[in-house]
Structures are given as C-alpha cells and as structure tokens.
Write a protein that binds this ligand. Structure first.
Ligand code: TYD
Ligand code: MG
Length: 458
C-alpha cells in the first residue's frame, strides 16, 4: 500500500501496533486506550533512503566470511566482571546495547561506572544525557570516584546535534540516557512516542555500525516491565539487558534477555552502596545472609543462573484458612507453579492443603523460575505445615513431576560444589543425578526418587 503524503497513522504506545484508524483496544497487546495519532512516512522514508549506501556514503561490498576478522581480543573489557560476564566477555565494538529497568534502579549509575572504567582504560567515551544537567551528573560522578579527561559529557536531546557531535568526536563508546528523551525534528510526534523512539534507535544503529562505536541506550520500562515504546526496539539492538531488583533491598541483578554476542542466561549481581554499584562476587553468600536459625518453613535450594549456581532461601508459611477460598501467594517464583506443587502434595502425599493459606517467598527478593527449586518449595511447604524444622545445613534441589516423582536437573555436580563451599553438610538431590558424581567427600548426599522420600527426611 502506497503511503499518502502527510497521512497519519495510529500507533499503540505499548507495543507499536500500527493502524489506519483509532481503536479503543490494541489487537496486538490487548491494552486499552493506547493508540496515538502520529505522522507516517517521514522516519521510514529516511531510514530506507540511507540503507542504499553505507554510512560513509560508500557502497557496501559483499565479503567472504573468511575475510572478516574478529578475534576475542576485539572485545573491550569493562573490568566490571559481573557486566563483562553478562555481555559475554566484554563490549563488542560497534554493538548497540539496550539497558532497561525501573526508575531509580541504578541504570545511570551503572553506565557512568562503565564510562569511568573505559575512560581510565584510555577509551574516549561520550555520555549524552537528556534527563539530567551537567551538574547532576557531576554530583553522581563524585560519589563514584575519580574521572579523567577521556570522558566527555553532553546534555542534548536533538538527534541531529547528537549525530553531528559523535561524528566530530568519534568516541569508542557512547551512552544515551535515555532513548525516551531523544527526538528527531523530522518526526512530528512527541519524544518518547513510538515513532520517535524507533527513529532514534535507527539513527544510533547506523552510527554504531558505521563508526564501529559501541552505544549503550538506557530505556525506561512500563509497569509491565518491558521497555517502554515498541517491542521493535528490542529487535533492533544487539543486546538487551534488564536491571532489576527490589528497590528496598540493596542488591541489583543485571540480566541479559537478548545477546547476539553471548549467552543470555548469565546474570550479574551488584550491590548499591554509598559510592555506587559494587560487584557481588559470591551471590550465594549474599542471598543467604541473615537466614533465620532453626526456623520451620525455611529451606535452602539451588538454582543455576547461567554457569553459576546460586543458593537461595525458600520460605513458606502454611496456616489454616478462614475463608472458603484459601489465599495463596508466591513472591519471587511462579504462582501457578506453587499451586501445582501444592496439588501434587495433596494428591500424591495426602496432605490436606486445600484448606490452607500458603505464602511462599524467595528471600532477598530474587526472582527464579528454574524448576530445580521445586523440591525446595515442596519441602518448605511441608516443613511449615508440619511445624518441623529442616536441617539448616541441608541443601535441596530437584524438579518435581506431576506424579510426585523427583526428576533430574542439569549440572548437579556444580550445585554440590557450591554447597560444599558454603559449608553445607547434607545435599538432597534427585537419585538419577547421583550417577557419576565426583568429589562427594565432606558432604552427605541423599538421592531421592519421589517427593515422599524427601518429606521423610524432615
Ligand atoms: P540512578 O542511576 O539515577 O537510577 P536510574 O538511572 O535507573 O533511574 O540511581 C538512583 C538511585 O541510586 C538513587 O535512589 C540513589 C542511589 N544511589 C546510591 O545509593 N549510591 C550511589 O552512589 C548513587 C550514585 C546512587
Ligand atoms: Mg537515570
């Protein structure tokens, strides 16, 4: 369909769905009242116009794969170990990275710290802020530490100006804080709207690939937890990182949800301190800090986050319900999974839990969806229900199936090592995982085949 000049279209501000007429509900994401009228064409036309030639005005030539040189050393290490791990070993030159997260979680702080490390390492860095004044950035920088002269700050929201500056300075890394404040004069919509965000990202994509500069983009998130603006944004960039964590707790988790240059299941753990974010090298110790001694309903389970095992405390509180429909609540884990596990306990073990309220909480505010913590949840629930303690030097992991069987999980050996490292004396794991397990001295390993076997240990 040929687009009419000056025609307007309606965009869903949540997901970027495009429609020629206004609609109350978006067919794409089912959100209500999210359509906003925006002028079509301007941005799109320019983007395709540029694509015909390379960024320097030269025609791009096809190349053989063997001619393309790329070695591991090409990555720029930020020397923030937790971030390097999530990025897959460092920043890839010419990459576009989107960092999303709730307001106040520490996105600006993290990126300023990245700037500091890069700058100290001799890289030319440009930090562009559309949200804060130079003074405000300075105040934050003073908390973080020493900065040299390789870092340049710019307070600007006009895309053309920014583009010009980047071409002039030719830095090795650029930070854009945030994409929702950037605007192009060629697009009539307000900053932060779908077409502006898309246009701005397109421009940064061209700059990144053309100048081989690594660009970090900060993106605000909606209440649903996805980056505000169109989903398209996530498709356009190379890497998407989410910065999450409980605002009341001091630790923050950096999670990769998309990475063209590495694995996406790695996480980085940070702690927000007086002087900025500090790496947490041993998250298990951090998560188990402040665990109650000899309390019932508390079990330590193990989850693999990428290549790293993390021990977490699972707490459950089960009590009789005063209402017809019992209350169930899950914090940090999947609510439906908890319901399912309680149904398994009811049917396969015969515990009358349908008349009980149940609250399950992963201490520390961490979110884990790995099924390996199933057995931990089950044991915490039973421990609370029966008012019996679980040995607090005992680690539990395993997936629970619908017939009440305990199924194998991956990397049992690594989980066991982590338990040993933190001084656990007993480890309850699926019996199938015990085959070929090495290094079992110093810790008692109990293999269980069914939920009943595990409960008998309480
Ligand atoms: P900020 O990076 O501004 O968050 P975002 O850019 O994601 O909105 O982080 C702001 C919070 O971090 C603020 O509540 C104060 C806290 N903070 C510290 O506790 N210590 C510090 O050294 C800094 C710089 C910030
Ligand atoms: Mg900020």
């Amino acid at each position: 369909m040929a687009k009419l000049k000056n025609a307007t279209v309606f965009f869903c501000q949540e997901c970027g769905y495009e429609s020629v007429k206004w609609m109350g509900q978006c067919p794409g994401c089912k959100a209500w009242n999210t359509f906003v009228e925006e002028r079509a064409g301007a941005g799109g036309k320019r983007a395709t116009g540029n694509r015909k030639t390379g960024i320097d005005g030269q025609k791009a030539e096809p190349a053989k794969l063997s001619q393309v040189s790329m070695s591991k050393e090409d990555r720029i290490r930020t020397k923030i170990g937790e971030l390097d791990r999530v990025l897959g070993g460092g920043i890839v030159p010419g990459s576009l990275t989107l960092v999303g997260g709730d307001p106040g979680i520490g996105k600006s702080t993290l990126l300023l710290q990245v700037c500091q490390k890069l700058e100290n390492g001799g890289c030319q860095v440009l930090y562009i802020s559309g949200e804060e004044s130079l003074k405000q950035i300075k105040i934050r920088a003073e908390r973080i530490g020493e900065f040299g002269d390789n870092l340049l700050l710019l307070c600007e929201t006009n895309l053309d100006m920014i583009k010009e500056t980047i071409y002039q300075i030719r830095p090795q890394a650029v930070v854009i804080d945030s994409i929702q404040t950037m605007y192009s004069e060629e697009v009539s919509a307000a900053p932060g709207s779908v077409s502006q965000v898309r246009e701005a990202t397109g421009v940064f994509l061209q700059i990144a690939k053309g100048l081989n500069v690594s660009i970090f983009i900060v993106g605000h998130v909606t209440k649903e937890g996805t980056v505000a603006g169109p989903r398209v944004l996530e498709h356009m960039v190379d890497t998407v990182l989410y910065f999450e964590g409980d605002r009341h707790a001091s630790y923050r988790i950096l999670r990769g949800v998309k990475n063209r240059f590495g694995s996406t299941n790695e996480i980085g753990v940070f702690e927000m301190r007086e002087e900025g974010l500090a790496e947490v090298k041993n998250p298990s110790e951090f998560m188990l800090d402040g665990r109650p001694e000899n309390a019932n309903g508390s079990v330590v389970a193990c989850s693999m986050e990428g290549t790293r095992p993390i021990l977490i405390e699972i707490q459950a509180l089960v009590c009789g319900s005063n209402f017809g429909i019992p209350r169930r609540q899950a914090t940090g884990t999947d609510f439906n999974r908890v319901n399912l596990l309680m149904a398994v306990l009811e049917k396969r073990v015969g515990l009358p839990l349908s008349g009980c309220d149940a609250y399950v909480n992963l201490a520390g505010g961490i979110k884990i969806t790995e099924p390996a913590i199933d057995l931990g949840i089950v044991m915490a629930i039973v421990s609370s229900y029966k008012n019996r303690m679980v040995d607090n030097r005992m680690l539990v992991f395993g997936e629970v199936g619908l017939s009440g069987e305990v199924r194998g999980v991956s990397m049992a050996g690594q989980r066991l090592q982590e338990a040993k490292k933190l001084g656990f004396t007993t480890c309850v794991m699926p019996a199938v995982c015990m085959k070929g397990l090495k290094n079992m001295d110093g810790i008692k390993v109990i293999g269980v085949k069914s939920v009943q076997d595990a409960i008998d240990l309480i």
